[in-house]
Design a protein around this ligand. Sequence first.
Ligand code: SIN
Ligand code: FE2
Length: 220
Amino acid sequence: MKPRQTDFLSELASPAGSSETLTEGAVLLRGFALAEAQALVHAIEEIGAQAPFRHLVTPGGYRMSVAMTNCGRTGWVSDESGYRYDAVDLGSGTPWPPMPGLFVQLAAAAAREGGFPDYDPDACLINRYEPGSKLSLHKDKDEHDPIAPIVSVSLGLPAVFLWGGLRRADRPHRIRLESGDVVVWGGPARFIYHGVAPLAEGDHPLTGACRLNLTFRKVW
Ligand code: SIN
Ligand code: FE2
């Protein structure tokens, strides 16, 4: 599949199966996870039954509007003492549920498509957005591997993904992400600022009134 440079002229979705280069090291794979979407949602429900979604508190004391859980060898957490990875779900005191094989295979296939062969993620943060939930501009910098990509899978309600630059002040582009879309960013794009605009109300056959997102990471 030959990537084409996206023009950001509109939020119109390009056809499933297409691949757009966002910036060097970052690609948007339209519909890449569509075939597995139902199975992914089912697996997320099982993970959520073991490690419930919760609204983490930022080091500054704010309750995040996105509800989160994790699977994998380690999981991303936040509280008053800071952002970090922890092998244990502090809610239960037990390790995070293992990453299902389907997750690993999908993440590795998407990474390969994005130019990152041999991707072996050890963490998967699972985000649940209700209408109004948002993720402010940030870069993912708590991982020790500075090259391996973040692989982000969208499920359910559409969202507006904010894709900025290497500086927080860089004005972000707005990209509409649909269920099944996958974004991969690593190498020179690994520390690009990104976020998610407040989720609009809606009802999706797969997830009802919410959006689910998986972000795979190589932490160690
Ligand atoms: C994230 O940046 O961790 C999540 C991105 C998304 O929900 O699309
Ligand atoms: Fe992120």
